[in-house]
Write a protein that binds this ligand. Structure first.
Ligand code: CA
Length: 232
């Protein structure tokens, strides 16, 4: 895998130092900014391939930085938030961030998130989203025929399970919030839609995962949402 150019946006010197030291040690190329205006400037002038964005910035809200960047770019954005900023993290995902890290995080967690994002980038480049067949490990979705196969055997999904699976597959590697999913599936996001979502997700997983206790395809992010993982 080629190492992508990463933009690090963080105003806390010690966190910034931890990130940049880690990136350097693993041969990533990087740029940095310590506020929102600088982040927007660096993102527009250098086209980084991944952005690591702290949500608590001195000059503007990190969520607004995401909204601004999303007006011209689909670059993967991993937000970094403190535990006290849990709702900000969900707002950030809804504004178009791809993933999140919660402070304090370990070097291993940071590297794992970068690998997930790189796999997503590689997949986006090799299979344009207009493709009519989605493949991920033993899972195949034939969008044109509306059929799903696992290890070559057809899976019988209900219409809602199918819609859910396609939504996750089209956003493989990305964390989707409960609100995002329920709005796409039901057009609304009431409390009971989130409860229904859990039920449909459980039945979908029973059909999809050979070991539902250790899911291979769909990861749960407690209090946040779900993500389809890119299987090696
Ligand atoms: Ca900060």
């Amino acid at each position: 895998m080629n190492k992508p150019l990463i933009l690090v946006v963080e105003d806390d010197p010690s966190v910034k130092n931890l990130i940049t030291t880690t990136l350097k040690a693993h041969d990533y190329r990087f740029l940095s900014a310590s506020n929102g205006q600088g982040a927007i400037l660096e993102a527009s002038s250098h086209n980084p391939e991944i952005i690591l964005l702290d949500l608590g910035l001195p000059d503007m809200d990190g969520v607004d930085v995401i909204r601004r960047i999303r007006t011209w770019s689909n670059v993967p954005i991993i937000v970094i938030s403190a535990r006290s900023e849990d709702t900000d993290k969900i707002d950030a995902l809804d504004a178009g961030a791809d993933d999140y890290l919660t402070k304090p995080f370990s070097v291993e967690e940071l590297l794992a998130r970068l690998r997930v994002t790189q796999r997503r980038l590689a997949m986006m480049q090799s299979e344009p989203s207009s493709g009519s067949v989605f493949r991920n490990g033993s899972l195949t979705i034939d969008y044109a025929a509306g059929c799903v196969y696992l290890d070559g055997r057809e899976l019988h999904l209900t219409p809602i399970e199918y819609k859910l699976l396609c939504l996750l597959a089209r956003n493989v590697g990305k964390v989707l919030t409960h609100t995002y999913i329920t709005q796409h599936i039901w057009g609304s996001s009431w409390e009971n839609d989130v409860a229904s979502l859990r039920v449909f997700m459980a039945t979908l997983r029973k059909k999809l995962e050979s070991a539902p206790g250790a899911p291979q395809f769909i990861q749960t992010h407690i209090g946040v949402g779900y993500r389809m993982l890119k299987v090696e």
